[in-house]
Ligand binder design. Structure first.
Ligand code: SF4
Length: 126
């Protein structure tokens, strides 16, 4: 028996998960998404990553980024290392790719803010 918290919605149901032969038995879930979450969590847990990346622009030394899709949970620290080693040298807009296909995972790291472009506009650079 394993206990885990469902992170699919803000209800945060406490799930009790048991593998019985070929079947996964889940209790404590208020909806079927909890069962799907528990099954995925047992077999191949995935997570999203949100962070910040450094830039060369003094007015915005860091900008927020996230992965474009969930990545395997056991690769979070590897992806964070890549993000931490990256320095943005272009004024990326929200949605722009900052790291393409990070670590060959088939997922990009993308900017989630257009603040670098907004600062450029304020300075009359655009
Ligand atoms: S089991 Fe359903 S209701 Fe409960 S946290 Fe997960 S998604 Fe939300």
């Amino acid at each position: 028996m394993r206990e885990m918290t469902c992170i699919v919605c803000p209800n945060s149901c406490t799930l009790k998960v048991e593998e019985q032969r070929e079947e996964i038995v889940v209790t404590g879930n208020k909806c079927k998404r909890g069962r799907e979450f528990a099954a995925a969590e047992l077999k191949h847990p995935m997570r999203t990553v949100c962070s910040t990346v450094r830039t060369v622009f003094p007015e915005a030394p860091v900008v927020p980024v996230r992965v474009s899709a969930e990545i395997p949970k056991n690769r979070i620290f590897d992806v964070m290392r890549e993000i931490n080693q990256t320095v943005l040298t272009v004024r990326a807009a929200g949605g722009d790719v900052v790291i393409r296909d990070v670590l060959g995972l088939g997922v990009d790291v993308i900017a989630t803010s257009s603040m670098l472009q907004s600062f450029a506009e304020l300075k009359g650079e655009k």
